[in-house]
Design a protein around this ligand. Structure first.
Ligand code: MG
Ligand code: MG
Length: 262
């Protein structure tokens, strides 16, 4: 069953989302060659707790970090650790924040210094596929319209949607129904209704869509070793259209490489 949230609940998810967006902006600004992913994890935990929130991921099914930090061919679920971020990397940062029992979930992928043109295009396409999916979050549409919107943007660019990992409902729990694949036919699936809140999260590989689980049993890698990007927002469906609850100030300001608010 897809839980629909009241306006009061959406406000509480949005409050968690604001902390999360600010946390991601702070992390993105801290990503420089030489920093380790465990340092970024510490910053995030301190920041979230300092604003009265809880890092949702910490302890989730035994996950040892407050963030997921996934460089290069790692798609998602990277455990923060001794990995030293290097010039030319792309680094995906995924964070969850719980505030007063309500959860928001968001991710972005940042370039570290100068990266190659294909990497930049991968980031741009993945971000645009997320925005297309958000645009499809309209009451009366079907869930398949959201999935299809991602696939269309990604495949038109010649990249691959990761198929074995999906977005999800979010709010009272981190993972709620429905599962939201990033591919599939438009016009299928449940009708979208007011009060649904989705974590939409395209994961896009530069090469093939196949992935495998690493030795730590968390990290997921592209099988062909190609670069992978991940962008995610928590989105509420309202009568007046989709409302992004995790929009970062850097996006609204139209900072370098960022999407301006639609
Ligand atoms: Mg996430
Ligand atoms: Mg998620």
């Amino acid at each position: 069953m897809i839980v629909r949230k009241s306006e009061a609940e959406v406000r509480r998810i949005a409050a968690a989302g604001t902390i999360l967006a600010d946390c991601l902006d702070q992390l993105a600004g801290a990503v420089v060659a030489g920093i380790t992913t465990v340092e970024l994890d510490g910053m995030a935990e301190e920041y979230i707790r300092g604003r009265g929130g809880l890092p949702t991921f910490l302890g989730y099914r035994g996950f040892p970090g407050s963030i997921c930090a996934s460089p290069n061919d790692m798609v998602v679920h990277g455990i923060p650790g001794p990995y030293v971020v290097a010039e030319g990397d792309i680094l995906s940062l995924d964070v969850g924040v719980t505030l007063d029992g309500y959860v928001a979930d968001s991710a972005l992928t940042v370039p570290v210094g100068e990266v190659g043109p294909e990497a930049l295009r991968l980031l741009d396409v993945t971000r645009r596929s997320l925005e297309a999916a958000i645009g499809a979050c309209r009451i009366g549409n079907r869930l398949g319209d959201v999935s299809h919107a991602v696939q269309e943007v990604v495949e038109a660019a010649g990249f691959s949607v990761v198929r074995s990992l999906v977005g999800h409902g979010v709010g009272r729990e981190m993972h709620e129904e429905p599962q939201i694949p990033n591919y599939g036919p438009a016009g299928k699936g449940p009708r979208l209704e007011e009060g649904m809140v989705f974590a939409i999260e395209p994961m896009v590989n530069l090469g093939d869509h196949d992935v495998y689980v690493g030795n730590d049993r968390w990290s997921i890698f592209s099988t062909d070793g190609s670069l992978s990007a991940h962008f995610e927002h928590t989105v509420a469906l309202t009568a007046s259209g989709p409302r992004v609850l995790t929009r970062r100030t850097s996006e609204v300001m139209g900072g370098a490489g960022q999407t301006v608010r639609a």
